[in-house]
Design a protein around this ligand. Structure first.
Ligand SMILES: [Zn+2]
Length: 277
């Protein structure tokens, strides 16, 4: 376990054959190096130079990340400035071919891309959000023998089935990240002089549906377990812990206790809690 690592942040490579397993550590080292070397070509088409102010905001965000993730995990990926690619507004959407807007992260490359929106507050929150993805628990999988490829197997609370077909907790993962991003806003941005008072009102509203789902779930868990948790934040913390350590045991137990046996899997598949939207 490396602290303040400058390498792409993944904990585990799964999918190795029986014969390959004794060499796990060596193979992971090779993968790590390959990931650092690859990519970056198309990014150059979109990337703009960071201004002094951009760097000031980014440094502020980077300084705060550890304060938040440190509560749950010792690991901290200290993302180098050159791995934070800043685009003009709309750039991320174009770059990701309309798959994502405003920001995206690449575990494989240990980098993020973020639109330089006008508001410093919104920009800071997007950078924070994407860096959290890179500090979340990550396991990669090796797929295919003829033309091997590396894909994500675990990303925080999210689990992708080995056949690649099913994804558990996809919606919740984004909401868990947003949970911490909102705490960052409340506790750091609002109180800080780095940001203009007027600008602080530019709080970006995103992931509305995902947040509603997670909130509904946390409310039920909190209502049903008030004897165990002093505050609702205590329940939220279990989700955050799972996001950064990859250990789903505690939330699994709490969900099974609250909703009954087998409910954890059902919930992961998205069948348990339905919101109005
Ligand atoms: Zn995200």
């Amino acid at each position: 376990m490396e602290n303040n690592s400058e390498k792409p942040h993944f904990e585990k490579l799964v999918g190795l054959s029986k014969e390959e397993r004794p060499y796990q550590e060596g193979i992971e080292g090779i993968v790590s190096r390959k990931l650092t070397e690859c990519g970056g070509k198309t990014i150059e088409k979109f990337e703009i130079d960071k201004t002094g102010r951009d760097i000031e905001v980014i440094d502020f965000v980077k300084g705060a990340v550890g304060e938040y993730t440190g509560k749950y995990t010792e690991k901290k990926y200290n993302i180098p400035l050159q791995n934070i690619h800043v685009f003009n507004p709309g750039g991320v959407e174009e770059f990701t071919e309309q798959k994502l807007v405003v920001g995206a992260s690449s575990i494989e490359r240990g980098s993020i891309v973020v639109d330089r929106v006008e508001s410093d507050t919104a920009f800071a929150m997007h950078v924070f959000h994407e860096i959290l993805h890179l500090n979340s628990y990550t396991a990669l999988q090796l797929k295919g023998k003829e033309e091997p490829s590396i894909e994500t197997y675990r990303s925080g609370i999210e689990v992708i089935a080995r056949n690649g077909e099913k994804i558990f907790f996809r919606d919740i993962e984004e909401a868990v990240i947003e949970l911490l991003t909102r705490r960052f806003y409340q506790e750091n941005i609002i109180t800080n002089e780095v940001f203009d008072e007027e600008d602080k009102k530019n709080f970006p509203i995103c992931r509305v549906e995902e947040r509603a789902k997670l909130e509904a779930l946390i409310d039920v868990l909190w209502e049903g377990n008030k004897n165990r948790f002093k505050t609702k934040e205590g329940v939220e913390d279990l989700f955050l812990e799972a996001q950064f350590t990859g250990n789903l045991l505690k939330i699994g137990r709490l969900i099974e206790k609250t909703f009954g046996k087998g409910s954890f899997r059902k919930l992961g598949e998205g069948n348990l809690i339905k919101t109005e939207s």
